[in-house]
Ligand binder design. Structure first.
Ligand code: ZN
Length: 297
C-alpha cells in the first residue's frame, strides 16, 4: 500500500476509534484502538473484560485525562503491556501502576525505564522513570495471559526498534499489536544504541508474518491497523533498503553518501528525515557487520 492510501485511511478516521463513543458501545472481547487522543498521539489498545481492561501501551505524557475519559465508566485496568520503553508507549504508566494494574514488558524495557541513560541523537541524558511507572512483570522470550475469553500470547522481537520490543497477540480477536515494528505513518526508527538494527527489524517482521493470517488486524504504534498484505509490503520495502544500504556499507559509505547515492529513491514511501533514518541504519549495519558478510574486516 502506498503512503497516500495510508494517509487517506488515517484521515478518514474510520479505523481508529476517536475514543469514548466507541468505547461506551463496547462489548466483551471487542478490542478498541484509542488513537489521536491529542495531535499525533500513539495508539493505545483496550480490551474490556469483567475484571477490567487489558491495555497495550499507555499513551504519551499528558494524554492521561483523555485516556481515562475514553475508558470510563469502567476505567479499571487489570493489566498493561508496554511494547517498548519509549515515552509515547509508557507515558501514563504511573497512573495505571498506582491504581494496581500489572505492567507487563520485556526485561530490557524495565531496565531502560529504571536507569538514567544517554540519548546520543539529542546529546542529553534521559532520567529514570519513577518507580510506579516501571513494569512489574517482565519476561525474556514469550508469555501468555488469559483475560475473560481472550487468549493473549506475547513475545520478544529482538533488536527490531529497541532491544525490548514485544508483540501482543489477542488470538481470540485476531488482533496483533506490534508497536513501532510497523511504521506506516512515521519514519521507521532504530535505536542503534540499544543494538537495534535493520536485520533485527526484518527478523521481527517475518515473525509477525508467521503469526498473522489474512484476517489479522496488525496494529502499529501510530496510524490505522494494517492487513497482513500491507505489513508484508512494508517488510519487503525494508528488505530492499537493507540490500541497498549493505552494498553501500561494503564500499565504506556513510549515511550522507548513501543519501546522495539515492538509496531511498523509487521506494513506495517517503521519509520525513531520510538522513536520520539512514544514519540509524548505517550505525546498526556497522555494529552487526559480522552477521552479514565474512569479507568485511
Ligand atoms: Zn518507539
Amino acid at each position: 500500500m502506498d503512503r497516500r492510501d495510508f494517509l487517506k485511511r488515517a484521515g478518514a478516521g474510520i479505523l481508529i476509534a476517536s475514543a469514548s463513543r466507541r468505547l461506551r458501545a463496547q462489548q466483551l472481547n471487542d478490542i478498541h484502538v484509542i488513537g489521536k487522543l491529542q495531535g499525533g498521539d500513539a495508539n493505545v489498545l483496550a480490551l474490556p473484560t469483567d475484571d477490567g481492561f487489558v491495555l497495550v501501551d499507555s499513551g504519551a505524557p499528558r494524554s492521561g485525562d483523555k485516556l481515562m475519559d475514553a475508558l470510563r465508566p469502567n476505567a479499571k485496568v487489570q493489566a498493561l503491556f508496554n511494547t517498548h520503553y519509549h515515552i509515547d508507549q509508557t507515558g501514563n504508566n504511573e497512573m495505571f501502576g498506582v491504581s494496581g494494574a500489572k505492567i507487563i514488558a520485556h526485561e530490557h524495557t524495565r531496565q531502560w525505564m529504571s536507569t538514567d541513560y544517554w540519548v546520543p541523537d539529542e546529546d542529553r541524558y534521559e532520567k529514570a522513570r519513577p518507580r510506579a511507572a516501571h513494569p512489574t512483570e517482565t519476561f525474556q522470550t514469550t508469555g501468555t495471559l488469559k483475560a475473560g475469553t481472550e487468549q493473549i500470547d506475547y513475545g520478544h522481537l529482538p533488536l527490531a526498534h529497541t532491544d525490548g520490543d514485544i508483540y501482543v497477540f489477542f488470538k481470540t480477536s485476531n488482533v496483533l499489536a506490534v508497536g513501532d515494528i510497523a511504521s506506516p505513518l512515521r519514519d521507521p526508527a532504530l535505536d542503534w544504541f540499544t543494538g537495534a538494527w535493520i536485520g533485527g527489524r526484518l527478523d521481527a517482521m517475518d515473525r509477525i508474518l508467521g503469526l498473522a493470517n489474512e484476517q489479522t488486524k496488525i496494529v502499529p504504534a501510530y496510524g490505522p491497523f494494517m492487513t497482513r498484505a500491507e505489513f508484508k509490503a512494508e517488510r519487503d520495502m525494508m528488505e530492499e533498503v537493507r540490500s541497498r544500504v549493505w552494498k553501500q556499507t561494503l564500499q565504506g559509505d556513510g549515511p550522507k553518501d548513501m543519501l546522495e547515492a539515492g538509496v531511498l529513491k523509487g521506494l513506495p514511501r517517503t521519509w520525513k528525515d531520510p538522513y536520520k533514518f539512514l544514519y540509524d541504519v548505517a550505525k546498526g549495519m556497522v555494529a552487526h557487520h559480522n552477521k552479514l558478510d565474512p569479507s568485511v574486516v
